[in-house]
Design a protein around this ligand. Structure first.
Ligand code: SDX
Length: 426
């Protein structure tokens, strides 16, 4: 409901544009009346555009605040399991003990994948990037569930959300095992979500006495929570736009995985490790920073479209990083290098003037490396975790009437020209 109006005067016409307030954050100006004005709005990169209303996640970039269904991210990461957070994203609040047990059981039930899916992996070269495999295999999942693909059916939507959240760790671990030339490991229902993922990643059929590591498990679960959702980021917006066409949810999530892969988005954690490898030692930092300032390279893991303060996830990630390295007795020179980079960046006017702070990707790669996860799997883990966010936004979109997303453009191409036959073109 509009609270008041903004006024727009253009070409001698005045338009009343309703201002709508949310429960938190900036109000919006409903610009639908532009339809009559003969103008489009223009906002490359959607820096000041809110295409949707949502109740799932709230970010205050100035304060460095991130809430999922109203709960601060550090509270969730430090006190809840990832699947409890996934439940909250899907259903609006954290589960009761009974709801938790029922949801966890449903997820356990759906962790295996159809055995035919193995054949999809065999079509890839062993050195295929696991994100290439995930885009393909997740999209292909729709071919195994024809009977539950009616997006207008609430039960179909619900079971698909369960299947996707349950199967992502299995498919992610399979994409890793395939690259290692090792046999796929079946999920174990006596393990929790993070334990199961680590088991399917690192155990082999010969490991009759496979040992769980509670510190690593807890760190993995926290990393899943820290990546679960983040409002209308590029990949979530991709999932919503694909969903607005009525596309099946597996195809929409595959589209989200593809969008996440980019180094400006979810591919940044992999790019951070590559950057640290390129810098090599703390002595090389000043020279590297000069390259950043001359815009030859970006400082990967720094900066954010929304956070113009610390990314609250980066702070939790840093604490987890310290815990994991200490518990594993690892003295990783990359952490020392990352801390040197962070210290210099936080004191340098180039970064201060541009509000460039560490984001969620800056420390995640160091923890994942300490856990033994190869760099190429970093974004796969991001996609695994973000699936609960993506599918929650897809469900939210389907919970009310929606229109197909169809932006317009500012056309600056050729004006109308007469056609010339190829033999007459000079
Ligand atoms: C994620 O949207 C989300 O919520 C994403 C995410 C999620 O959970 O879904 O949070 C996950 O994607 C985190 C971001 C991971 N990406 C990186 O770490 C890659 C490095 N960061 C940059 O590419 C950049 O900061 C972005 C893409 C994240 C944000 O870009 P913006 O908002 O478009 O910023 P901008 O390009 O307008 O930058 C403003 C200025 C520019 O300098 P000037 O031209 O004004 O002089 O800051 C500079 C930029 O060149 N700048 C950087 C920089 N990021 C921005 N300079 C050096 N290093 C950087 N990392």
């Amino acid at each position: 409901m509009a609270d008041t109006n903004a006024k727009l005067t253009v070409n001698g016409e005045e338009y009343e544009l309703p201002i709508i307030k949310g429960t938190l954050g900036r109000p919006v100006i409903d610009i639908a009346a532009l339809q009559e004005s003969g103008f489009w709005s223009y906002d490359p990169g959607f820096k000041v555009t809110a295409p949707v209303e949502s109740k799932i996640t709230y970010i205050d970039g100035g304060k460095g605040e991130l809430l999922h269904r109203g709960y601060p991210i550090d509270e969730l990461a430090n006190n809840a399991e990832y699947l409890e957070v996934a439940y909250a994203l899907l259903h609006g609040d954290l589960p009761t003990a009974e709801q938790k047990e029922e949801f966890f059981e449903k997820i356990r039930e759906h962790t295996p994948v159809h055995d035919q899916l193995r054949k999809f992996f065999e079509g890839f070269r062993r050195d295929a990037h696991p994100m290439a495999i995930m885009v393909g295999v997740v999209g292909a999942l729709s071919a195994f569930y024809h009977e539950d693909l009616d997006v207008s059916n609430e039960e179909h939507r619900e079971i698909t959300a369960i299947r996707l959240i349950a199967k992502m760790p299995t498919l992610a671990a399979m994409s890793y095992k395939y690259s290692q030339g090792e046999p796929f490991m079946y999920p174990r229902n006596d393990f929790n979500y993070a334990e199961n993922f680590l088991y399917m990643m690192f155990a082999t059929p010969a490991d009759v006495d496979y040992e769980k590591n509670d510190v690593i498990t807890r760190a993995m679960d926290k990393i899943f929570t820290l990546h679960a959702d983040h409002e209308q980021n590029a990949s979530t917006s991709t999932v919503r736009l694909a969903g607005s066409t009525g596309a099946n949810p597996y195809a929409c999530i595959a589209a989200g995985i593809a969008a996440l892969w980019g180094p400006s988005h979810g591919g940044a954690n992999e790019a951070v490790l590559e950057m640290l490898d390129e810098i090599g030692t703390v002595e090389n930092v000043p020279e590297f920073m000069e390259k950043v300032k001359s815009r030859e390279v970006k400082l990967m893991g720094f900066g954010h479209r929304v956070y113009k303060n610390f990314d609250p996830r980066a702070q939790v990630m840093k604490e987890t990083c310290d815990e994991v390295l200490e518990a594993l007795g690892i003295n990783d020179p990359k952490l020392e290098l990352a801390m040197a980079l962070e210290k210099i960046a936080l004191e340098d006017p180039f970064f201060i003037e541009r509000n460039l702070y560490p984001n969620v990707d800056f420390y995640s790669g160091i923890i994942l490396k300490a856990i033994g996860i190869p760099t190429s799997m970093f974004t796969v883990i991001f996609a695994l975790a973000r699936t609960s966010g993506w599918i929650s936004h897809w469900l939210e979109m389907h919970s009310a009437p929606f229109k197909i997303g169809r932006p317009r453009q500012l056309y600056t191409g050729e004006t109308r020209r007469d056609f010339v036959k190829v033999e007459d073109r000079k």
